[in-house]
Design a protein around this ligand. Structure first.
Ligand SMILES: [Ca+2]
Length: 332
C-alpha cells in the first residue's frame, strides 16, 4: 500500500500562478530598474513552502522557556571545540576586527558559533522560496501579519538586488527558513548595509570567506553602538525584602536603570557593576521549573540583541564566546 505522503512542494505551489506575487514582481522590477521579465521569472520559479508557513503560525504548542536547557544545547563541548579551532585558524583576522571596531573577538566567535557553528549549518532552504513564502503567504492569524509580510517583501527585493550586484543566481542561493544567509546569517538588507569585504578579495562572501563573516559581524555590532571594553553584563543579587521585580522589568532588555536606582530597588550588582558608568537592564532568564536567573545587561548586551531580539540568544553568545576564549587563552 502506498503511503499517503503530502509533498512539501508541488507545481501548483509555484508563485508563477499567483497574480498578487506577479504584480509585486513587476513593481519590484520598476523600483530596481531591471527588466520585469527577469524578476517575474525568478519569483515565478519560487515555491510556496507549507513548512515555513507552519513555523511562523502562532499558537504552536511550545515548552516553557528554559534558559538552562537552551544553554545546554548551544554552549556545549562540541561547539566550544569548533569555536577553539575557528579562533586558532582566524586569530590574526579576529585581532584585526577587534582592533578596528572595538568588538571583542570572543563576541564575534560567540555569534558565529550560535548562528551556524562556524558555517556548518547555514540553512538548506532556497532563499527565494523562503522569502516569497513569507512575503506572499504570511499567515493571517499572526497579530502582525501585515507588517511581517511587508518586511519579507522588502527582504525579497533586497535579496534580488544583492544577487544582481554580486552576479549570483538567485535560484541557487540557500539559507535559513527566514531568509538569513551565510555563516553570519545576515538578512539580505543587513548584508547590503553592513557586510564588509574583510579579506580584501574585492567581494563580500558570507558563505565562503571566514574573514568576511568575522569582519561583517564586527562591523554590524559596531554600527549598533558596541562600546569597546564595556562588559556585557554583571551578576545580581536581590534583597528579598526590597526588590521590586515588576518595576525593574518594565523596560525589558532596554538599558534604562542606573546602578543607584537598581540599589534603591533592592538589587546588588557584582563584579564592579555599582561603578558602571551608564544604564542597565535587568535581564530575566526563565528556567522552566527551576528558579529564574537574572543578570544586569549593559548597552553591549542590548547591542547583541540587535542581531537577534532575545535575551537567551545574547546570553548564549556571551557564554559561548567566553568558554571558547578561556580554552584559547589557556590551552590544556
Ligand atoms: Ca571577501
Amino acid at each position: 500500500m502506498r503511503a499517503a505522503k503530502r509533498p512539501v512542494v508541488d507545481a501548483s505551489a509555484s508563485y508563477k500562478n499567483n497574480p498578487a506575487a506577479m504584480a509585486e514582481a513587476a513593481a519590484m522590477a520598476q523600483r530596481m530598474g531591471v527588466r520585469p521579465a527577469w524578476v517575474r521569472s525568478v519569483i515565478g520559479k519560487a515555491k510556496r513552502m507549507p513548512g515555513i508557513i507552519k513555523a511562523v503560525t502562532p499558537g504552536q504548542a511550545s515548552a516553557a522557556r528554559d534558559w538552562t536547557l537552551y544553554r545546554s544545547r548551544v554552549v556545549e563541548p562540541t561547539r566550544i571545540a569548533a569555536g577553539v579551532r575557528f579562533w586558532q585558524h582566524n586569530a590574526a583576522t579576529l585581532a584585526r576586527a577587534e582592533h578596528e571596531t572595538g568588538v571583542s573577538a570572543a563576541t564575534i566567535v560567540g555569534i558565529l558559533g550560535i548562528e551556524t557553528i562556524y558555517g556548518k549549518h547555514m540553512g538548506g532552504y532556497r532563499t527565494v522560496d523562503a522569502l516569497s513564502t513569507l512575503a506572499f503567504d504570511f499567515p493571517a492569524a499572526h497579530p502582525r501579519a501585515a507588517q511581517r509580510s511587508a518586511y519579507f517583501l522588502q527582504e525579497l527585493e533586497e535579496f534580488l538586488r544583492l544577487c544582481k550586484a554580486q552576479g549570483r543566481d538567485p535560484l541557487s542561493v540557500r539559507g535559513s527558513y527566514a531568509g538569513a544567509l551565510g555563516m553570519a546569517q545576515f538578512m539580505p538588507s543587513s548584508w547590503r548595509q553592513y557586510a564588509v569585504d574583510f579579506d580584501g578579495d574585492g567581494r563580500i562572501d558570507l558563505f565562503g570567506s571566514q574573514a568576511d563573516a568575522i569582519g561583517s559581524v564586527a562591523h554590524y555590532l559596531a554600527a549598533f553602538h558596541w562600546k569597546a571594553g564595556l562588559p556585557t553584563h554583571y551578576p545580581v543579587q536581590f534583597d528579598a525584602q526590597k526588590v521590586d521585580l515588576p518595576g525593574l522589568l518594565l523596560n525589558d532588555i532596554v538599558p534604562s536603570l542606573t546602578p543607584a536606582v537598581l540599589r534603591e530597588k533592592g538589587v546588588t550588582l557584582g563584579e564592579g557593576g555599582d561603578q558602571h558608568p551608564g544604564l542597565l537592564a535587568l535581564i530575566e532568564l526563565p528556567n522552566g521549573e527551576r528558579p529564574t536567573q537574572y543578570v544586569a545587561g549593559t548597552d553591549n548586551f542590548y547591542t547583541i540583541t540587535r542581531y537577534n531580539w532575545s535575551s537567551f540568544y545574547a546570553m548564549a553568545v556571551i557564554e559561548l564566546g567566553q568558554a571558547v576564549a578561556r580554552e584559547v587563552k589557556s590551552p590544556i
